[in-house]
Write a protein that binds this ligand. Sequence first.
Ligand code: DMJ
Length: 580
Amino acid sequence: GAARGPRQSSRRPEPGVCGPAHWGYVLGGRGRGPDEYEKRYSGAFPPQLRAQMRDLARGMFVFGYDNYMAHAFPQDELNPIHCRGRGPDRGDPSNLNINDVLGNYSLTLVDALDTLAIMGNSSEFQKAVKLVINTVSFDKDSTVQVFEATIRVLGSLLSAHRIITDSKQPFGDMTIKDYDNELLYMAHDLAVRLLPAFENTKTGIPYPRVNLKTGVPPDSNNETCTAGAGSLLVEFGILSRLLGDSTFEWVARRAVKALWNLRSNDTGLLGNVVNIQTGHWVGKQSGLGAGLDSFFEYLLKSYILFGEKEDLEMFNAAYQSIQNYLRRGREACNEGEGDPPLYVNVNMFSGQLMNTWIDSLQAFFPGLQVLIGDVEDAICLHAFYYAIWKRYGALPERYNWQLQAPDVLFYPLRPELVESTYLLYQATKNPFYLHVGMDILQSLEKYTKVKCGYATLHHVIDKSTEDRMESFFLSETCKYLYLLFDEDNPVHKSGTRYMFTTEGHIISVDEHLRELPWKEFFSEEGGQDQEGKSVHRLKPHELKVINSSSNCNRVPDERRYSLPLKSIYMRQIDQMVGLI
Ligand code: DMJ
């Protein structure tokens, strides 16, 4: 569990280049005695209220899901205002905001599968799985982003497959009669269609997009974001290990290593956009948000799942560089002089500040810090994001911490703050996080609920909406809210260990996933001769499923925390949030 690296605060540059950055004073804060903080934030959250909030979260999911099924299925997404379905934008192939994600494969249904199981709805889970098996095909003339297809579709298929084949069935009976690994084979079919992205690239870093029928489009862009290219290892690794075919894991790992080798020698940081042929950084911005977020997340999560030491070493080094160059503000979260900590965007080579905004995707980071045990820092960063939420009833896509105002105003129902809130609650069991969850739930109900679902907020200040409900609203936002209030959920029972993918899909952490089933295919002396291209790829008729349904109850590297919040944290939270 020693994933946490020491801080080297002496190397951290000062934030001064953009003028005074008193973000710590922005959000209020009054002097109060420690007892009062305890009383205000750590007071019990009555069980009835918790049950009420759990039901509200379930109701939110059901309203969105039922409306999707009634008005949108088999299309990819629900337009919740006009009660219609939405598929790829065939008229405008350059509309990447839509076409990167919507592949004409019933995306929202696929993405929602494991949420149905987590909520214990076995009849709907079984119905949905059968619908996916019987109606979803990837043989589509759709050009999608490799990353989006991987985390939303491939990850969900693998998660549901594991739920169905789990011998313990912790969520109730989620088995499917005559199930013959169909979801796993669908995952394989999709992954094979994504593989052309990894061919004809000089660096091994994949092309960002593929056409599911024809491969990489001839006019394809050679530039990709780091997160898109380097956060495929969890899903590709699981698929490889379940099928005994190293191909998928190998290409995903090669991409991670290629990106890793391009980090700055001086700072250890990576940029946000890279040319896959030349290896030159096109975007030199380093930060924790868009373009890089899940790259860091998957270094750690790959290690948790597969136990490969090199993943942990990369994560530790990356975390160290993040602390050295991105983290600004005072050394300790809760004491000392200066502003509370904040993670900024810097030039990857110089470490100099590049701008004064943070984005809403970065709100996932406190959750990742919980996983490595940096709970104190997580508490402070989370409080900063919650303070912004409190002000607008949502998170603007970008917030300028110097101007103390949003830079980009929309909020597409993203899950990151809820995800961190949930993980911090699991780590601390402090009712403060239940209050945060209730607040988030209530503002979602108030500002985003429309006739047939929940709508993207177009403008967090005037609260105007857009007719779009992204699939991650059901697969992540609703799921984390539900789990936050569902104390007795099987996910929380001791004896089971689940990890969430970056799309919020649960994967049981299983000793079998730490084995390399293809080892036997390589020569004894040579081992895995990756460079020599001796990867044994099974033909479809040779595919065999490695049965690994038993949960591993002892994962030595995973740590759980139960840390009651002390009043010192409460004072910090109070200063930043000024709530209640
Ligand atoms: C989701 O698809 C995933 O959480 C991803 O890692 C980041 N973006 C969205 C949600 O905001």
